[in-house]
Design a protein around this ligand. Structure first.
Ligand SMILES: Cc1ncc(COP(=O)(O)O)c(C=O)c1O
Ligand SMILES: [Zn+2]
Length: 711
């Protein structure tokens, strides 16, 4: 059935107007705030019969959308996004009825595509070929994509805080992008002026009829989908008890609110959900006015890193939403940027949902409202996950998150060279995936520690400057080591350390404490057994700290500046000496490593010698390898399969054929892909086989230890 629009009514003077064409302002009083009315009885009849055979886009609700000519629709699969139960989040928040309206799964990655398709279809129906708009980011992407599809020229005015990636995306769609250094409200003013002077169509904000009407479909979908997930049993649609959304200009929730009202009027749902509208503290004119019980919101100058939500002057949208919240006993609250970022990481970690900060504001609000008991444990909640991660902004995701492993040009040259290239790359990757989290509320200190470590090793070092984010990051990244401060706001280092050790997933991670605090005996007792080591800020030797970290991480100190390398050589010597000491029960056992890649041979030597139990001899080809075996009579041999003068298999045959060497256990380490049949034959003669490309160093050492302790 086509659109069942009946009339347009002025929200200020009540004047009624025809729907074709949609008026830009009230013919009687000039107000821009108008609303469309439909034939709800006819729509209810059609929808009650079920919409199963309708299109999987928001156009399945065409009766209640403001487009007379359906042939004008510009569509690319927008709307009808999934409604999914958040069971894992529910477990963490102790709430069993949380549902996510997954608006990330929209053509340009945000719920603004709804507005895009309905508005641009309208422009097309009206023959408009050029459009001007202002946006905090997502509306721009949506319009740019739909306008590209409709062949409409689009001028977008944005603030300079919108990330460069986003600007590039818009330009890719062919939009004219104008960057304004100023607030979003200023960008809006410039855009209006620009459109007026050129006599171009300006697409307004929350007062836009197609825009608000488009967002009704979020309510329609939720009610239709929720009835399938949690049926009431009478075949009717179902409204949740709560609808939670992040708010900027407010057009989204205004539309959703109208959608639920229409469903109730049509008898498809039996109640209206309570609205929870969440803002970010750095830009919360609505939440502030709501808490103060004010009818109007005081405009603010936004100070938030979540630029998508930076509407400082919501105007009438606030007054209307206040009415909606009052009517449903809903609420408006603000959360901090930090809380939003944490909610974002939590959703990614526990549910696999990667979302942009603006969307995570709603989830941070949800956490707060559940914790405060505002949202009851038995109440069904739908949260709008309004946008995807892209573009991932720098303050959320530093470049270190990307692992960039480059092979040298020589890596493709020849067999031996290939192996060498892999060996070197393997070593680099090993270092690169070694992750350290530094938690210190003083950014200068955390940076110093990061630089200190990275000056010697290619580790990935993440810095966080508050303990709650630290806890979060450690759970998310599962690092190999944590370096932390003790005196921090929000959660002190002792409590943080206790949280780590109480969490079975991260309790095993060694924690090095670097703190300015003068430790009392009681402090020391609290750290005992929890911290790997303690370092007094300002009083420790940086080289010793680096050495300690490298050693704790099981790394070797080669490829480091001379002084450090010397120190490590000294350490190894000391370890050997200690092992040879008469007090030491076990003498060192000899191991021969035969590998033509000297780096790999050295790596294995370091790994094995670090145990303090072995003396390792390196050989780089079959002939010298054989000689070393004969002269050293080793307890074990580590053997590479590809050698310059022979193959590892041939050498293995020779070992097995010779009475004096037959019983020496052999571990094979190879860069070669070993086919299953060959692997089977090999494993009959050796104790274990390790692939260089994914070498588990610990497993290698364990295998050697096990063999030699039982032997
Ligand atoms: C991802 C996302 N969430 C929430 C909002 C806030 O929506 P509204 O403009 O309806 O207040 C926006 C606005 O751009 C957004 O892009
Ligand atoms: Zn009027």
């Amino acid at each position: 059935m086509p659109s069942l629009m009946k009339s347009v009514v002025c929200l200020d003077c009540g004047h009624e107007m025809p729907v074709e064409p949609l008026p830009a302002q009230c013919a009687a009083c000039g107000s821009k705030w108008m609303d469309v009315r439909y034939d709800y009885d006819a729509a209810a009849g059609a929808w009650r019969a079920g919409l199963a055979d309708r299109t999987s886009t928001l156009w399945r609700y065409e009766e209640l959308l403001p487009l007379a000519d359906m042939t004008a629709v510009v569509s690319m699969g927008e709307g009808w996004t999934p409604l999914t139960q958040a069971t894992n989040l529910g477990r963490e928040l102790e709430h069993q009825h949380i549902f996510i309206k997954d608006e990330r799964q929209s053509p340009t990655g945000s719920f603004k595509d709804r507005q895009g398709t309905v508005t641009v279809s309208n422009l097309r129906q009206r023959g408009i070929t050029e459009c001007v708009m202002a946006s905090t980011g997502n509306k721009a992407a949506a319009y740019a994509a739909f306008c590209a599809r409709a062949g409409i020229r689009l001028w977008i005015f944005l603030t300079s805080t919108v990330p460069a990636e986003k600007l590039r995306e818009l330009a890719l769609y062919g939009a004219e992008v104008v960057k304004i250094t100023g607030t979003y409200d200023q960008a809006k003013a410039v855009a209006i002026d620009f459109a007026a002077r050129r006599n171009l169509y300006y697409d307004s904000g929350a007062d836009s009829i197609p825009g608000r009407e488009a967002f009704k479909t979020v309510a329609f979908e939720i009610a239709e989908q929720l009835a399938r997930l949690e049926p009431l049993g009478d075949g009717r649609w179902r409204a949740p008890d709560w609808y939670v959304q992040a708010v900027s200009g407010g057009i989204g929730p205004l539309g959703v609110w109208k959608g639920f009202q229409e469903l109730k009027q049509m008898g498809l749902i039996d109640k209206l959900p309570r609205l929870a509208l969440i803002q970010t503290e750095g830009c919360s004119p609505m939440a502030t006015a709501w808490q103060a019980g004010q009818e109007k919101a005081e405009p603010v100058v936004p100070h938030t890193r979540i630029t998508v939500l930076a509407t400082g002057d919501p105007g009438r949208a606030y007054t209307m939403l206040r009415g909606a919240c009052q009517e449903t006993n809903g609420t408006m609250i603000a959360v901090s940027d930090g809380e939003a970022f944490r909610a974002m990481r939590r959703m990614a970690r526990v549910e696999g949902y990667s979302m942009e900060p603006a969307a995570s504001v709603a989830f941070a609000g949800l956490e707060k409202l559940i914790a405060d008991g505002v949202i009851g444990a038995d109440e069904t909640v739908v949260v709008n996950c309004s946008g995807h991660t892209f573009p991932a902004e720098k303050h959320i995701l530093e470049d270190q998150y990307v692992l960039d492993l480059q092979f040298g040009a020589e890596a493709t040259a020849g067999h031996t060279q290939l192996e060498e290239g892999l060996g070197a790359a393997l070593e680099r990757l090993d270092e690169q995936v070694t992750t350290v989290v530094v938690i210190d509320d003083n950014p200068q200190d955390s940076r110093l520690i990061r630089r200190l470590l990275q000056a010697h090793k290619n580790y990935r070092v993440f810095e966080v400057n508050n303990p709650l984010d630290g806890l979060d990051l450690v759970r998310q990244r599962n690092p190999d080591l944590v370096v932390m401060d003790l005196t921090m706001p929000d959660l002190d280092g002792f409590a943080l350390l206790e949280s780590f050790k109480a969490d079975s997933e991260v309790a095993h991670i060694p924690v090095v404490v670097v703190s300015a605090k003068t430790l009392t005996p009681a402090d020391r007792a609290r750290l005992e057994g929890r911290a790997e080591s303690l370092w007094q800020k300002g009083a420790f030797n940086t080289r010793e700290l680096v050495e300690h970290v490298v050693k704790t991480l099981g790394g070797d100190l080669t490829d480091t500046p001379d002084d450090l390398a010397e120190a490590s050589a000294g350490q190894v010597a000391a370890a050997s000496k200690a092992a040879l000491d008469p007090d030491t029960p076990e003498p060192l056992r000899d191991i021969v490593v035969i590998d033509d890649d000297r780096r790999d041979a050295r790596l294995i030597r370091r790994l094995l010698e670090a145990t303090g139990r072995y003396r390792v001899h390196e050989a780089y080809d079959g002939a010298s390898g054989w000689q070393t075996i004969e002269s050293e009579n080793p307890a074990l041999v580590v053997l590479d399969l590809m050698l310059p003068d022979t193959t590892g298999e041939a050498l293995l045959e020779r070992l097995k054929a010779n009475e004096s060497t037959r019983d020496i256990p052999v571990v094979v380490l190879t860069a070669k892909d070993v086919p299953a049949a060959q692997r089977g034959r090999l494993l009959e003669k050796i104790i274990s086989l390790f692939q260089k490309a994914n070498l588990d160093r610990q497993a290698l050492v364990d295998s050697v230890n096990e063999t030699l302790s039982s032997g």
